[in-house]
Design a protein around this ligand. Structure first.
Ligand code: FAD
Ligand code: UDP
Length: 354
């Protein structure tokens, strides 16, 4: 059997490409996935307690793109879900992103208007110019104290780097607000797939022109299969046999626990921003799906160096190393590289779909 395309990886990048090429261009596609399931890092499944859990960390869908939302809506119904996160300092919980409620609680203030909060930030911020890194972008908005309380230690735990060693885009993902909006995202479309991500991927890949093989590293079948073109969504350094060295990725160990109680914590996500807590966040999965069950499952995230490559690490040095690989991709005619690992970019799901 000859295929038009070999697609490596059944995550968002690989699956959406497969669907588009099959349904819009009538191409024959072979998708090769090394894990024993589709959906990439968005994979979810019911655990032994009957709770829908996200195996590779909580995935919250949010986008401003009508096009992305409409496209995915062909494959799933949605439930409305606006993500809210609390940050824990000592025994107290504070809304994050930082907003008026956070400031009032933290400093025992009674700021009533957005103007007052703006003034407050104006007084405490430390002007930084140019903004060169993840420390600058936060300190420039809210000053050193808030930076140290909410960002410094969480970031060090998450990346094993100081914020000043990381691109401004990392902590710059988190806005600072002067109102009391406690939502993590303000995107126009904020939903969760009604039956979960994996079911949505089953529908995306359900096309007569698409064949999926699991548990297979593409390198093991590369020589024996016939195809015209390749779309590669795995780690770019692996494709080139690490010829310019291994690119650094950050991994996470997820510890799942089930409790025979209705509710474990006050929000679906709690971020542990203190230095002495060894993990970064706890997710209560039922609170993402709205599922009703007599028990509840949580996952605790311990960032680590080894393991599955989850996060490209946005530093200047790593970017330079990535560009050596990117340069190699330009010499290949029949291979396209896309997705978080192949482009070494800290993409959200919607950025990959687009
Ligand atoms: P992946 O999902 O990583 O898919 C790549 C696939 O390629 C994998 O299935 C992998 O097994 C396979 N593969 C790799 N090498 C090979 C090989 N040699 N042979 C065969 N197959 C191979 N985004 C959001 O929008 N909202 C969130 O809340 C959110 N939370 C996240 C939380 C965590 C902990 C992580 C790690 C990511 C999160 N993301 C979130 C980002 C989201 O996971 C990515 O944007 C998305 O999964 C990228 O899709 P992808 O197809 O590029 O990569
Ligand atoms: N961050 C932080 N404290 C928080 C939340 C986020 O320091 O309470 C920083 C941290 O460096 C993190 C980055 O901001 O990696 C982006 O946060 P986000 O919640 O978007 O991370 P993700 O969900 O991608 O892991």
């Amino acid at each position: 059997m000859k295929y038009d395309y070999l697609i490596v990886g059944a995550g968002f990048a690989g699956s959406v490409m497969a669907e588009r090429l099959a349904s819009q261009h009538n191409k024959k596609i072979l998708v090769v996935e090394k894990r024993n399931h589709i959906a990439g890092n968005a994979y979810d499944e019911y655990d032994e307690h009957g709770i829908l859990v996200h195996r590779y960390g909580p995935h919250i869908f949010h986008t401003n793109s009508r096009e992305v939302f409409d496209y995915l809506s062909q494959f799933t119904e949605w439930i409305p879900y606006e993500h809210k996160v609390l940050a824990k300092i000592g025994n107290e919980l504070y809304p994050i992103p930082i907003n008026r409620i956070t400031i009032n609680k933290l400093y025992n203030l009674n700021l009533k208007t957005e103007e007052e909060v703006k003034k407050y930030f104006e007084n405490v911020r430390e002007k930084r110019f140019p903004i060169l890194n993840s420390e600058d972008i936060i300190v420039n908005q809210v000053g050193k104290d808030i930076f140290e309380k909410f960002f410094k230690h969480y970031t060090k735990k998450q990346w094993n780097l100081e914020p000043k060693e990381l691109s401004q885009s990392v902590c710059g993902r988190i806005p600072v607000r002067t109102n009391d909006d406690c939502r993590y995202f303000t995107d126009k479309y904020q939903f969760m797939p009604k039956d979960g991500y994996t079911k949505m991927f089953e529908k995306i890949l359900n096309h007569k022109n698409i064949e999926v093989i699991l548990n297979t590293d593409y390198k093991s079948i590369f020589e024996s299969m016939k195809f015209d073109k390749v779309i590669y969504t795995g780690p770019i350094d692996y494709f080139f046999n690490y010829k310019f060295g291994k690119l650094p990725y950050r991994s996470i160990r997820f510890e799942f626990k089930n409790y025979k109680i209705d509710s474990y914590q006050q929000a679906s996500h709690i971020n542990f921003v203190d230095e002495y807590v060894p993990y970064t966040r706890i997710t209560e999965h039922k609170k993402l799906s709205g599922q009703i069950n007599y028990s509840t499952t949580i996952s605790i995230e311990y960032p680590q160096q080894d393991g599955e490559p989850y996060y490209p690490i946005p530093t200047e040095g790593n970017r330079k190393q990535y560009l050596l690989y990117k340069n190699e991709t330009e010499k290949l005619n029949n291979v396209s590289f896309c997705g978080r690992l192949a482009e070494y970019q800290y993409y959200n799901m919607d950025q990959v779909v687009v």
